[in-house]
Design a protein around this ligand. Structure first.
Ligand SMILES: Cc1ncc(COP(=O)(O)O)c(C=O)c1O
Length: 447
């Protein structure tokens, strides 16, 4: 008996050494040897208020002492009611209802089921297909993998994956249709219509997308008009619109909802990660009046439940996070801080030809590509594991980054995400970029 780590944990990668973290404070994490890391990616773009926040910890303790668990099939509770009210206020008037679960994958899967049952309530029994985009990532459960377009994560489980037609990402810098915006007339959105009519609109349940693409593509922001066109097409064909904001929502890009940056709101919007800033697991579906009425005027009962859904501790943590976000004006800092980090990264990329010249950014969600040949946008071969090498060099320099995939059709190529806590200061951004610079220089020493 014995693992590489010398304990009983079944780790994600049994061949890897995992430093043991013992403490977090602000943007910093500390391991058992006293080494200090900058959390440059807020974990997986989760810990938006930084680590070790006493106010949130105190509210969690008080909630645990007052009411620890509620069976939500029988009861409701204060933190759930308060959180739904806060989300209705901070989010969008178009999405007044909130349905709570415990994580992003559960939430995406629940949204797929909610769309399907909405159609059933209206007697449209044939609608089941989920049309989505590729590349994309929507979570790791079977339905999420099926809807998602992440070749590496799908591969082992292909036999279980239901059919889910895909359209390509709206990636103007490297248009998958070889067109130019705006003369393309949003071809990348228009193809959704052919996909729906090809499958038969009477079979299509929903269209699922990341409002701003995260780990599978790296901060791809659609061009103006894209979401307006998507909404027109979906409405014309009775298709429910599902926006996955598990990564880009909860203030990560500046506004509380990333969809507020664009022309239209979806029918269901999914939040996760940053909603509790990592202090407890929670995700939420924000739901439109139309979808809600579909259930209310029908059976009234959404057939879906999880034991830990709407957990009072998690809801209390999220309420405190949103209280801090509103009270301290946290979101007002996001775009200026993101622009400053972007400008520093552009300077860094100027010194290293392997880093993409364009730093894609939406608030404090940023992506840098890594290329063997930047001019030709040619990635390193997958066997070279350059993304992994860079992430390790960053850890050696005391920086956590989030390795991601380039938005290429075959799903290979490296980029990485930066998404530090939204509370990061200018001096801390400078320190982050200095550490990143040293890590990049280790992996790509000057010729
Ligand atoms: C866009 C998106 N959707 C869904 C998920 C799945 O969330 P979780 O890992 O909490 O299940 C993720 C996780 O990274 C994500 O980035």
């Amino acid at each position: 008996m014995g693992t590489k780590q010398g304990d009983h944990v079944f780790y994600r990668d049994l061949h890897r050494d995992y430093p043991r973290l013992v403490r977090g404070e602000g943007i910093y994490l500390y391991d058992a040897d006293g080494k200090r890391y900058i959390d440059g990616s807020s974990g997986a773009l989760v810990c938006s208020l930084g680590h070790g926040n006493r106010e949130i910890a105190d509210h969690l303790r008080i909630q645990a002492e007052t009411l620890d668990f509620v069976p939500i099939a029988r009861f409701t509770h204060g933190p759930q009611i308060e959180l739904a009210e806060r989300l209705a206020r901070l989010g969008s008037a178009d999405l007044p209802y909130a349905y709570f679960v415990s994580g992003g994958s559960e939430a995406v899967e629940t949204a797929i089921k909610m769309a399907r049952q909405y159609h059933l309530e209206r007697g449209e029994r044939g609608r089941f297909l989920v049309i989505a985009r590729e590349p994309s990532y929507h979570g790791n459960t079977i339905a999420c993998l099926a809807a998602g377009g992440h070749p590496g994560r799908r591969r082992n489980y292909e036999p279980y994956l239901m059919p889910s037609p895909k359209i390509r990402l709206p990636h103007c810098a490297s248009c998958p249709y070889n067109l130019q915006y705006p003369s393309c007339d949003l071809h990348c959105a228009n193809v959704l219509e052919s996909e729906i009519t090809g499958a038969g609109a009477e079979n299509v349940s929903c269209f699922l997308f990341e409002t701003i693409t995260g780990s599978c593509g790296g901060v791809i922001v659609p061009p103006p008009g894209y979401f307006g066109r998507i909404a027109e097409i979906c409405r014309r064909h009775g298709v429910v619109i599902l926006a996955d904001e598990v990564m880009c929502g909860a203030g990560r890009t500046g506004p509380f909802l990333a969809s507020s940056r664009f022309e239209s709101m979806p029918d269901i919007l999914i939040l996760g990660k940053g909603i509790t800033a990592g202090y407890s697991p929670l995700a939420a579906l924000l739901v439109s009046e139309r979808i809600y009425r579909g259930f209310e005027d029908g059976s009234g009962a959404f057939v879906n439940n999880y034991t830990f859904a709407a957990n009072p501790l998690s809801c209390a943590a999220a309420c405190t996070v949103l209280e801090i976000v509103e009270r301290d004006g946290v979101l007002d800092r996001v775009i200026p801080a993101g622009l400053y980090l972007q400008s520093r990264l552009i300077q860094l990329a100027g010194r290293h030809p392997q880093l993409g010249g364009v730093v894609r950014a939406a608030g404090l969600m940023l992506a840098l590509d890594v290329y063997r040949d930047r001019e030709k946008m040619e990635p390193f071969p997958a066997e070279e594991k350059v993304g992994e090498k860079l992430a390790r060099a960053c850890l050696d320099e005391g920086l956590v980054i989030y390795p991601a995939l380039l938005a290429l059709a075959d799903g290979h190529g490296d980029c990485f995400l930066l998404g530090p806590p939204l509370t990061i200061t200018v001096a801390e951004i400078d320190e982050l970029v200095a550490r990143l610079g040293r890590a990049v220089a280790r992996v790509f020493p000057a010729a």
